[in-house]
Design a protein around this ligand. Structure first.
Ligand code: NAD
Length: 300
């Protein structure tokens, strides 16, 4: 297949690009606003430096589009500009998919559930807590409206960690931050008192789920998580076990209470049934594989 991948120089997009290129022809669109070409070492397809929040007039034809590009820094301001860029970007990609009669797989987020009941089901009421999550909920809504005319699969990724996220800086996963703190001689830091729960999923699993979604028989929106929650304290314990360290944790006040998700956990029933997909890595297996990669790349 000829596949267009937006956001392909970013964290998840680059993992998808590298996993896809052996079996498909991949063209990337990325304006390098948060991604970087260093993520695409070994990528042999085309890279177009375009901004998806402008209309996309491409002469090349595509069978499928994977849409990962987005403002991903949840602290981006002003809120209206984040929403505008994310939603306009999606509409432009949707228009291109329609023109090409291409199937569209796009990245949504577990952020749309806010502090709704967990395990989170795709059918439950959305309660986005910030502008980023609101933009994703709006995109899910637009996708649902168009899903009869064109095959559209939305993927609500939970907390993704793994290779090529280091360019995201403070937006990189807590697993990356905790390892970095420990290896640079600092105390690992957690919000008081580390009891918050997240469904952490390894990026190789997220890339595999996204590629699998290209074969979907119909439109739909699916959670991409492991179905297993881990508290921040448990994540730190797994990081320390992998590193062979036993550093004292430093708890600090969460500066963003109120609009902060306390407990996220994916109900994975729908993706297991609808896409015949399940994750291959447990939290500890993912951390081990990831840390081996960071070490081989010399990344502290
Ligand atoms: N990382 C996670 O834990 C997570 C969780 C839920 C959802 N997601 C979603 O997954 C997708 C990928 O996220 P990521 O973690 O790889 O983030 P990322 O910031 O590393 O990747 C986003 C990419 O999109 C590009 N981009 C942004 N705006 C663009 C524009 N207007 N035109 C062209 N390119 C543009 C950036 O340069 C970057 O390479 C995003 O849609 C994000 O919202 C990520």
């Amino acid at each position: 297949m000829d596949i267009l991948l937006t956001g392909g120089a970013g964290f998840i997009g680059s993992n998808i690009a590298l996993a896809l290129q052996d079996s498909h022809t991949v063209t990337i669109i990325d304006n390098l606003s948060s991604g970087g070409s260093e993520n695409l070492k070994g990528f042999q397809g085309g890279i177009l430096d375009l901004d998806i929040s402008e209309p996309l007039n491409l002469s090349q034809k595509f069978d499928a589009i994977i849409h990962e590009a987005s403002i991903t820094d949840t602290t981006f301001k002003p809120d209206e500009e984040m929403i505008r860029q994310n939603v306009e970007g999606f509409k432009n990609v949707l228009a291109l998919a329609k023109k090409n009669k291409a199937r569209l797989v796009y990245a949504s987020s577990a952020g749309v559930y806010g502090n709704g009941p967990a395990p989170m089901k795709e059918s439950q009421q959305l309660q986005p807590l910030n502008a980023y999550a609101r933009s994703k909920a709006m995109i899910d809504h637009i996708a649902a409206e168009h899903s009869k005319n064109i095959l559209i699969v939305g993927l609500r990724y939970f907390n993704v960690f793994g290779p090529r996220e280091q360019g995201k800086g403070s937006s990189a996963s807590m697993i990356y931050q905790l390892r970095k703190q420990i290896l640079t001689g600092k105390a690992p830091r957690l919000f008081k008192f580390g009891e918050q729960v997240r469904d952490h999923i390894y990026v190789k699993d997220v890339a595999a789920a996204t590629i699998k979604a290209l074969e979907a028989k119909g439109s739909g929106v699916f959670n991409v998580g492991t179905g297993k929650g881990s508290s921040f304290n448990e994540v730190l314990a797994a990081v320390q076990e992998t590193l062979g360290t036993n550093k004292q944790v430093e708890y600090f006040d969460n500066p963003i209470t109120g609009v902060y998700q306390v407990n996220t956990l994916a109900d994975t029933t729908l993706i297991a049934r609808g896409l015949s997909w399940k994750p291959a890595y447990s939290l500890k297996e993912g951390i081990k594989d990831y840390f081996q990669w960071l070490e081989s790349e010399g990344i502290p």
